[in-house]
Write a new protein. Structure first.
Length: 329
């Protein structure tokens, strides 16, 4: 069957094209809403800008198909083979892609809002600018994927693999990332306000200039992380590991750092106004020119810390161990 015959049959009211051979068919801008292409062969077909909303493409062979800028909303693509397919700019809102093969597919600027991608393998995929808001990414493999500028607010990522992923400039507001391994991940300039990062491994991660307002980071591992210029106002960092972290120029105003360890951390020019650092460890930390106005450092240990030019006005230091080893009364 060629493209013209398919369009004639569709216009006549036929909708079931399951198992059809449409390899290399030209269906550019075709209107095929609600059509059944389950098990169909559409390899190298041109479906650019086609209308496929509500279509059934389950088990379809779509190797190298061109679906650029197509509307495939609320479609079923379960177990479809989209290997090396071109999906650039396509709309797949609320579509089901469980079991779909996407190896080598072009997915830049795809709209997958509310789509189901549970368990999908996107290892190493180019996902720049992709819209995954409120998408189901549970147990998905995103190792080494490029998600720079991606929109992931509200996405479900429980059990997802994120080793080596690039999330620079990504929108992750409110995402639940607790206990996920993000060791060394690039999150620079990302937006993580209100995100749950409780117990998350962010060791050596790049969070420079990231937005983390009111985020939950209690007991997280931020050892040697780069938080230069990050916004962490009102964040929960209780008992977090910030040893050797770079927090220069970071905004930690009103953050809760109770019991946190910040040994040999860099806090020069950081804003710690009204922050809580009760019983925190700041051995050898660099607090030069830091703003500590109104900060609570009671019981904190500042042994060997550098405090040149720091603003301690109205700070609470009762029971704190000062840089020279003396105990503040």
């Amino acid at each position: 069957m060629d493209g013209q015959e398919l369009l004639r049959r569709y216009a006549a009211g036929e909708r079931d094209f399951s198992g059809a051979n449409l390899i290399a068919a030209n269906l550019e801008r075709a209107y095929l809403v609600g059509a059944n292409f389950s098990g169909a062969y559409l390899a190298t077909a041109n479906l650019s800008r086609a209308q496929l909303t509500g279509a059934n493409l389950s088990g379809a062979f779509l190797h190298r198909v061109d679906l650029s800028f197509a509307k495939v909303n609320e479609a079923i693509l379960t177990n479809a083979d989209l290997t090396k397919a071109n999906l650039k700019g396509a709309n797949l809102v609320k579509s089901v892609l469980t079991g779909t093969k996407l190896s080598g597919a072009i997915l830049t600027s795809v709209n997958l809002h509310l789509a189901n991608l549970q368990g999908v393998n996107l290892c190493g995929a180019d996902l720049r600018g992709i819209n995954l808001r409120s998408a189901n990414l549970v147990n998905a493999n995103l190792n080494w994927a490029n998600l720079s500028g991606a929109r992931l607010s509200g996405a479900l990522v429980r059990g997802a693999l994120l080793n080596g992923v690039n999330l620079s400039g990504a929108l992750l507001n409110g995402v639940d990332l607790n206990n996920i391994d993000l060791d060394g991940v690039n999150l620079s300039d990302s937006k993580l306000s209100g995100a749950n990062l409780t117990g998350t491994n962010l060791s050596a991660a790049n969070l420079s200039n990231a937005q983390l307002r009111v985020s939950l980071l209690a007991r997280s591992n931020l050892h040697a992380a780069n938080l230069n210029g990050a916004t962490l106002s009102k964040a929960d960092l209780c008992e977090a590991n910030l040893n050797k972290a770079n927090l220069s120029y970071a905004d930690l105003s009103e953050a809760d750092l109770t019991g946190a360890t910040l040994n040999i951390s860099r806090l020069s020019y950081a804003n710690l106004t009204n922050a809580c650092l009760r019983n925190a460890y700041l051995w050898g930390a660099n607090l030069n020119i830091a703003a500590l106005r109104g900060a609570d450092l009671s019981g904190a240990s500042l042994r060997g810390a550098y405090i040149d030019g720091a603003n301690w006005q109205e700070a609470i230091l009762s029971g704190a161990t000062m840089p020279d080893g003396t105990l503040h009364d």
